[in-house]
Ligand binder design. Structure first.
Ligand SMILES: NC(=O)c1ccc[n+]([C@@H]2O[C@H](COP(=O)([O-])OP(=O)(O)OC[C@H]3O[C@@H](n4cnc5c(N)ncnc54)[C@H](O)[C@@H]3O)[C@@H](O)[C@H]2O)c1
Length: 437
């Protein structure tokens, strides 16, 4: 295919997309393409997810059922766990998980298995775009060797590139459409093709010279957040000792009109990206004899926050003459951040894990997450009623969902520990705060 043909086929909606991995990244991407009128085939190894989608049911909050239902009806969308579906597409996105293992070592098994499945179904002219966050050189040194052989060459027989995902789940303002997309290609031709494709996905396309630049760009963005959160977490600990309220300090600092960007302390960092990505870069840096001291230190500070939060909760109980071993504790919010239903790597789960055996009873409320499992124990979310809150000795705010009304919680709680500054405009002797004495 040449650029002119690609342009024409895109314009006439003759290009068929395959999204491999229909999760928080893949499904919203499919939604954008469907809204543009393209035919999208979804490939996922999860039979449960495939079945839900084919019944018109979305499991990602930002993607409404309607778009799935309408697209199924129009015949422009279908999900499948049968890899042969890949053959029917022209452009394949890879949006599979890139976690770390229990020793914080990057685990590329999903990316590699997706690539091997694609290789089995690859055809001449396929354009493959990796979207999973990963360390620099993954596209060229891990993926390319899976696809390429002496008779099947990148830039001639198939096209490969990397475009990091910048979607921010739960964010209604910054969408895929209005967020610039960084794009790259292994060869010049791949970059041209991927730029064309992305001009249908987003308003602004930012081409860079190689996939490793694009991979590093994504890690810079996320590690930037990680180190800045670590900075305010460290200052929060100092503020607690000095009798200064960190929240008031940040509020004042952010009135500066240039050179400062607010980040907030909390019980730790969570989600698929921020706690994981420093380890991807750190792992890769060793290959070049570089130890990323600063980045590793930031990750360590953030990982110490759930432990610090638990210590502060226990101190708060003791200070109010409640023996921790006899305390009944109610956690508000287990999602890793405000207003989402995603508990992956949530610091709230870590706090619960550490706290669970130190107190008499622990329950939680999270309207977005009906059930959690911590250390093999299943817990179900309680309904947010005054009588439920009144049964506990302390309410602990670990995620500041908008539905948590501070006045209501204050009225019904005996004692509060707030790790998210939900009670920012309320002064009460009942409220103890992280980052404040
Ligand atoms: N969640 C976010 O906000 C976000 C933002 C930017 C980037 N990312 C990155 O995007 C990637 C995907 O993250 P996510 O949050 O969408 O993950 P997810 O777990 O929500 O979805 C991944 C999907 O991939 C499927 N899958 C796994 N292996 C597969 C295979 N071999 N073939 C087909 N499907 C397979 C899983 O069943 C799952 O449905 C990760 O690298 C992540 O770091 C995530």
């Amino acid at each position: 295919m040449n650029t002119k043909t690609l342009k024409r086929k895109l314009k006439n909606r003759e290009i068929i997309f395959c999204v491999t991995g229909l999760g928080y990244v893949g499904l919203p991407l499919a939604e954008v393409l469907l809204k543009k009128g393209f035919k999208v085939l979804g490939f996922d190894i999860s039979k449960q997810r495939v079945r839900m989608l084919n019944r018109g049911k979305s499991y990602v909050e930002d993607v409404p059922d309607e778009i799935i239902k309408n697209s199924l009806k129009k015949g422009i969308f279908r999900a499948s766990y049968d890899e042969k579906i890949i053959k029917k597409a022209d452009v394949i996105f890879i949006c599979v998980p890139t976690p770390v293992d229990k020793n914080r070592v990057p685990d590329l098994k999903y990316v590699i298995s997706a690539a091997k499945i694609i290789k089995k179904n690859i055809k001449k002219g396929h354009i493959i775009i990796l979207k999973s966050t990963t360390f620099p050189e993954t596209t060229e040194k891990v993926l390319l060797p899976v696809f390429e052989d002496k008779n099947f060459k990148e830039g001639k027989d198939f096209y490969l590139g990397f475009s990091p995902e910048r979607v921010n789940p739960g964010d209604k303002i910054h969408t895929i459409k209005n967020t610039p997309a960084v794009v790259s290609g292994v060869s010049k031709k791949s970059l041209i093709f991927i730029k064309e494709i992305y001009s249908y996905i987003t308003n602004q396309v930012v081409p860079v010279s190689s996939p490793k630049v694009a991979e590093m760009t994504k890690l810079l963005e996320n590690i930037f957040r990680n180190v800045n959160i670590a900075l305010v977490n460290e200052l929060a600990l100092l503020c607690e000792r000095m009798g200064i309220d960190i929240w008031e300090v940040i509020f004042a600092a952010k009135t500066k009109l240039f050179g400062f960007m607010p980040f907030y302390p909390g019980p730790g960092v969570g989600g698929h990206c921020i706690p994981v990505d420093p380890y991807y870069l750190s792992y890769k840096a060793w290959e070049y004899d570089v130890e990323l001291d600063f980045i590793n230190l930031a990750a360590r500070i953030n990982e110490s926050m759930p432990y610090h939060t638990v210590n502060r909760i226990l101190q708060t109980l003791n200070h109010n003459n409640i023996l921790p071993g006899k305390a009944k504790v109610l956690v508000f919010g287990v999602a890793f951040k405000k207003d989402v239903g995603d508990p992956r790597n949530s610091p709230a789960l870590k706090v619960i894990e550490i706290l669970m055996n130190k107190v008499k009873k622990l329950s939680y409320m999270d309207p977005y997450i009906p059930e959690i499992e911590v250390k093999g124990k299943k817990l179900r979310s309680l309904k947010m009623t005054s009588s439920n809150i009144k049964k506990f000795d302390i309410s602990i705010i670990l995620t500041n969902h908008s539905v948590f009304e501070p006045e209501f919680i204050l009225k019904n709680s005996k004692l509060i520990f707030d790790a998210r500054n939900l009670f920012k405009s309320i002064k009460s002797k009942k409220v103890y705060k992280l980052g404040s004495s």
